[in-house]
Write a protein that binds this ligand. Structure first.
Ligand code: UD1
Length: 361
């Protein structure tokens, strides 16, 4: 059995880690293709090093570009790679341009495609990720869903026969990394903050960074929070803030570069709150039982909201004061719910791929 994983952006490296581990453990040949969508060392190389992921076998070096050009560049280079390796499964992850391009290239060559993190929907057609998800799910042969809600979405779209519930591989990696943190206080010393006294913030989505008024309102909201906030700035956020002459630092807010994954987990675990527009961080905060405020009009991870650990503030209508107020709310009621699985999703992924050849239609 030969699996070929296509990854390119930061959250995909996190999801790749437990899959690569499981392949190693089961003696499955695993080829890693890095599209180069993310190329900054802090968005890419540190994840391979910290999460002990083998170096990519193939690097497509596509870099940044508009959606069409970036997706097209990956597509143009993938055929050759797939024809050379002829895997039993092409495995694509999440909802980025690398996901869609990997899936499209494989189906056109009649190679079986599995989509990890299938069935997520925001029902917001203004998000580029929503199109990537829907198109990838409908192209793929095997849909590996993280939650029952995702399974229900797939069934509603007529895709039940190709779907299987495996849980969320991000829980696998989070549990492993947390158990291996040798000095959980180091990140606090580095940030100069006391445990439980601060929030961690990340903002990177195009719909938030690329609208000057919206971005200014979000930054104002972060600055008005009643305790220190550390903003881990994605390059896109720095770029747009600079272009809009928007000062990020001020009030409660200090700005830092993105953290490596283990340090991020340590920081979120020690934080009193998280404010974000990231999908992964909403779940990581929930898994670590750190309250989250999500600056989006909807979330794919509805369980975090239903269980009371995540509050949505719609950046189109929400005010800076509402963001600040939500981020200072009292701690939610404790829960022992595990809607994202028990940390063994990668094993279920491998089981599904090993069993799944007969699902391919
Ligand atoms: C991409 C994904 C998004 C995911 C995010 C994680 C798509 C459509 N979006 O968004 O779903 O949540 O990754 O971070 O695929 N840049 C750099 N260095 C890099 C990468 C990007 O400076 O290594 C800058 C460039 O100015 C680039 C911009 O960030 O144009 C956007 O990068 P891109 O990869 O297109 O999308 P992300 O916003 O990172």
């Amino acid at each position: 059995m030969k699996i070929l994983s296509v990854v390119g952006a930061r959250p995909q490296f996190v999801k790749l880690a437990p899959v690569a581990d499981a392949c190693r453990g089961r003696g499955v040949e695993h080829i890693i293709v890095h599209t180069g969508q993310h190329y900054d060392p802090m968005l890419s190389d540190v994840f391979f090093a910290d999460l002990h992921i083998p170096d990519p076998d193939v690097h497509l070096d596509v870099g940044s570009a508009g959606h069409g050009a970036q997706t097209g560049a990956i597509l143009a280079r993938m055929d050759e790679v797939l024809l050379e390796h002829r895997p039993d499964w092409v495995l694509v992850y999440g909802d980025t341009n690398s996901t869609l391009a990997g899936a499209l290239s494989a189906v056109k060559l009649h190679l079986p495609v599995a989509h990890l993190e299938a069935g997520l929907r925001s029902f917001n057609r203004a998000m580029p990720e929503e199109h990537n998800r829907v198109l990838t799910d409908h192209a793929a042969d095997l849909l590996l869903a993280p939650t029952q809600v995702a399974m229900d979405h797939l069934a509603n779209e007529g895709l039940a026969a190709r779907s299987t519930l495996v849980g969320d591989v991000m829980v696998d990696v989070l549990m492993k990394v947390r158990s291996e943190l040798t000095d959980p206080e180091a990140v606090l010393a580095d940030l100069g903050l006391e445990r439980g006294s601060f929030s961690i913030a990340t903002i990177h989505r195009a719909e938030n960074t690329d609208d000057p008024l919206r971005l200014a309102g979000i930054i104002q909201g972060l600055q008005q929070i009643d305790h220190p906030v550390v903003l881990l700035a994605h390059p896109r956020l720095r770029d747009r803030a600079q272009a809009q002459a928007l000062e990020l630092e001020g009030g409660a807010l200090t700005v830092r570069d993105p953290l490596p994954y283990p340090a991020l987990i340590g920081a979120v675990d020690a934080a009193r709150g998280v404010v974000t527009d990231s999908g992964g961080l909403q779940k990581e905060a929930f898994a670590l039982r750190t309250p989250c405020t999500t600056v989006r009009s909807e979330t794919e991870w509805v369980e975090t909201v239903e269980l009371g650990w995540n509050v949505l503030i719609d950046p189109r209508t929400g005010t800076a004061g509402q963001i600040a107020c939500a981020a200072s709310r009292p701690h939610p009621t404790a829960t022992d719910a595990t809607p994202y699985g028990d940390g063994h999703a990668a094993t279920a992924v491998l089981d599904a791929l090993l069993d799944g050849a007969d699902m391919v239609v």
